[in-house]
Design a protein around this ligand. Structure first.
Ligand SMILES: [Zn+2]
Length: 220
């Protein structure tokens, strides 16, 4: 049986033909390349054992960074991008908003149910942290998409980007609304329902973006 590697995300498919679409990143059949394995000699096998520990990926060695920039600023920027990719800045940093955001939403619901105002304050402070981390998370995600996944515009990546934008807009809205009306969760009005509904949309978008991200990282 032949082996095929997705040149975008590194997913390995076994079969006579590559799949119509990559089940991980949604890349087209034409983006698969056949893996031609040569029978390794005993010596090669032992020297390759360390290499086999690291998962195979479709990332080119230069990670699509291109030629070395001429200006100092360009070089600093390229170094920064390289470090972000090497240390997986996006999947690591995304855990801050993705971890804090459900807690914030849970505190909002608890505050509404119990009428305890300090729970609402805690929810809003958590929300501020989410908003503060988002610029870095979005930037690192954009770099990851452009460099590691070649800026592939499959429905999977488009969905992930739309979800990230929804999280950004809704979390900003929640913080701004709270600044304008700090007692929003204590009022028994339509405004409070609208506020919680925005929170629910934010949570759903974060879950979808996270699920797609998990699939891209773990490829299963
Ligand atoms: Zn793929």
């Amino acid at each position: 049986m032949k082996k095929w590697r997705c040149s975008v995300c590194g997913y390995i498919h076994e079969g006579d033909e590559p799949p119509e679409k990559c089940p991980v990143c949604g890349a087209d059949k034409s983006l698969f390349e056949e893996i031609i394995e040569e029978a390794p000699t005993e010596q090669q096998e032992s020297s390759n054992s360390e290499e086999k520990m690291t998962p195979v990926s479709g990332i080119s060695k230069d990670m699509g960074l291109g030629p070395e920039p001429k200006t100092l600023f360009g070089r600093i920027y390229q170094f920064k991008v390289q470090m972000m990719l090497k240390h997986h800045a996006h999947p690591v940093s995304v855990h801050i908003p993705n971890g804090v955001l459900p807690i914030s939403f849970a505190l909002m619901i608890l505050s509404t149910l119990t009428g305890i105002t300090s729970l609402a304050t805690a929810a809003h402070i958590n929300m501020v942290f989410v908003v503060l981390t988002l610029p870095f998370v979005l930037f690192s995600g954009y770099i990851e998409w452009q460099k590691r996944y070649k800026g592939l515009r499959s429905s999977r990546f488009i969905t992930k980007i739309i979800c990230a934008l929804i999280v950004t807009v809704t979390s900003l809205l929640l913080v701004l609304w709270w600044v304008i009306d700090p007692g929003i969760l204590q009022t028994s009005s339509l405004a409070r329902i609208a506020y919680l509904f925005i929170g629910l949309i934010m949570l759903a978008a974060a879950v979808i973006a996270g699920l797609i991200g998990g699939k891209l990282v773990f490829k299963d």
